[in-house]
Write a protein that binds this ligand. Structure first.
Ligand SMILES: [Zn+2]
Length: 173
């Protein structure tokens, strides 16, 4: 099975290299609980490729997915924009990013950005970010409310300062 949305294909993206890097990253996965190794390779706006693997934790809740680890690795390197993401899992069913990773992907990728999943059988399936997470909550929605919150915070700070200014007088009574 090979499912590709060719209209999403971008010639500046080296899909073969991304698949190879995602597979190599999956071999570093720390997945002693799920036994489900995942590797991810992302191509950043600079053209550089960053990788991540899933890192599980005995607390289970501390587990971090390969997608978010790859994005974090790119962010710490100074990247802020991304072109493509490839997930590799060594199983027949091609694996899309989980819901939490889709939200993080939507933070940095455009709705048109291609997200692909591949496996050891050289099968690949591709979606756009918009297909994986329609109507995503992005920083665009936060921009307006952030101004409101900043104003509230400022008002609260002023109120606190006013209270502190009168505080010592009150406590001395
Ligand atoms: Zn995830």
């Amino acid at each position: 099975m090979v499912t590709m949305s060719f209209h999403l294909m971008n010639t500046s993206i080296d899909w073969a290299l991304l698949q190879q890097q995602a597979r190599a990253a999956s071999e570093q996965a720390y997945a002693p609980y799920s036994h489900f190794p995942v590797g991810v390779a992302i191509q950043a706006g600079s053209g550089k490729i960053y990788t991540g693997c899933n890192v599980e934790n005995a607390s289970y809740g501390g587990t971090i997915c390969a997608e978010r680890n790859a994005i974090a690795a790119a962010i710490v390197a100074g990247e802020r924009e991304f072109q493509a993401l490839v997930v590799f899992t060594p199983q027949e069913r091609l694996t899309p990013p989980c819901g939490m990773c889709r939200q993080v992907i939507a933070e940095f990728f455009t709705p048109e950005s291609p997200i692909a999943s591949c496996n050891h059988l050289a099968q690949i399936q591709q979606w756009s970010v918009g297909e994986l997470l329609p109507s995503a909550f992005t920083p665009l929605y936060l921009a307006q409310s952030a101004k409101v919150e900043t104003r509230k915070l400022f008002d609260a700070t002023s109120a606190t300062e006013a209270t502190e200014a009168t505080g010592p007088t009150e406590s001395s009574n």
